[in-house]
Design a protein around this ligand. Structure first.
Ligand SMILES: [Fe+2]
Length: 314
């Protein structure tokens, strides 16, 4: 395997390895004079500092946009392409969030808000619950086109924002934020985080034309855009909330398993019920490894495990 998934978005406290990232990222930006104490609001947002983007930042955006737009033809779901086109997202330069928001607000009432990097879980959920998507404002460096440990502006904006134009997916994301606040109070963030991971970040959808990508972690990564659909290595398994909430995942390599939805309605409907009893039920059951196949799975493709790393799943 030559590269790993780029830029996973935080999905709850299951990503313990990201602990401290906010502080590091903030410190880096303060030290570089990119932010001052007055810039950061109580909800961890900032005004997108458009004047801070360099020509190199814009060139990186342009290169990634071009590369992914051509790579994704025939691979990404129509809803994503529709969103990209409705938003009229800038191909040449890092988009202005305010400009994107004019269209986004009209379509689904969502808006993108700029943040310095990963934000605390409770803050993240609070934003989603109020239809605000926190996006890192900064761009990765030219030498980081294929690998990044934390979400940058390209991952967050190109990867996540187009689907927020879709009314059903937009509702799902809001419900997820509300669910996150509740899960935190129930000590169930690890289970809910897996749902975000295997849907919002690494989800596939079944269409009449074949499997398509909708997860932002896949579609902002050149390597995983191909691997997730074409490789014989990973499992591809029918979506099942209970199953997903028990399944650990990878943060350092491509996924060993992708879960496939039939529609965004299926995703929203399956996650509509109160999860509290579900958490109680699932907490008593063992977790599954990222590459495990269970007897009750609807297996679309059983992975041949080629190239799988031996290191631990999270
Ligand atoms: Fe993300």
């Amino acid at each position: 395997m030559d590269a790993t998934a780029t830029a996973p978005r935080q999905a709850g406290n299951a990503q313990a390895s990201f602990a401290g990232t906010l502080t590091d990222k903030l410190k880096e930006q303060f030290d570089a004079g990119l932010l001052s104490g007055q810039d950061l609001r109580a909800d961890f947002t900032i005004e997108q500092p458009l004047e801070r983007y360099t020509e190199t930042d814009h060139a990186v955006w342009r290169k990634l946009y071009e590369r992914q737009a051509s790579m994704l033809r025939g691979r990404v779901c129509n809803e994503f392409l529709q969103g990209l086109s409705t938003l009229g997202m800038d191909k040449e330069r890092v988009p202005s969030f305010a400009q994107l928001n004019e269209t986004l607000m009209r379509a689904t009432g969502w808006q993108v808000v700029a943040v310095p990097g990963l934000v605390p879980d409770a803050v993240f959920f609070e934003h989603l619950a109020n239809r605000r998507f926190p996006a890192s404002w900064w761009m990765r460096k030219p030498e980081q086109l294929d690998y990044l440990q934390e979400p940058d502006c390209f991952h967050d904006v190109f990867g996540h924002v187009p689907l927020l134009i879709n009314p059903v997916f937009a509702n799902y994301m809001e419900a997820y934020g509300k669910g996150g606040l509740k899960a935190a109070s129930l000590g169930a963030l690890d289970m809910l985080a897996r749902l975000y991971w295997y849907t919002v970040e690494f989800g596939l959808i079944r269409t009449p034309e074949g499997l398509r990508i909708y997860g932002a972690g896949i579609l902002s990564s050149q390597g995983e855009s191909v691997y997730s659909l074409d490789s014989a290595s990973p499992n591809r398994i029918g979506f099942d909330v209970r199953r997903i909430m028990r399944t650990r995942y990878r943060i350092d390599t491509f996924q060993k398993t992708y879960f496939v939805i039939d529609s965004f309605d299926q995703l929203f409907d399956a996650t509509r019920p109160d999860f509290a009893p579900l958490y109680d039920e699932l907490r008593a059951q063992p977790t599954l490894g990222a590459g495990d196949v269970a007897a009750a799975d609807l297996v679309l493709n059983r992975g041949n495990r080629e190239g799988w790393a031996d290191s631990d799943d999270v």
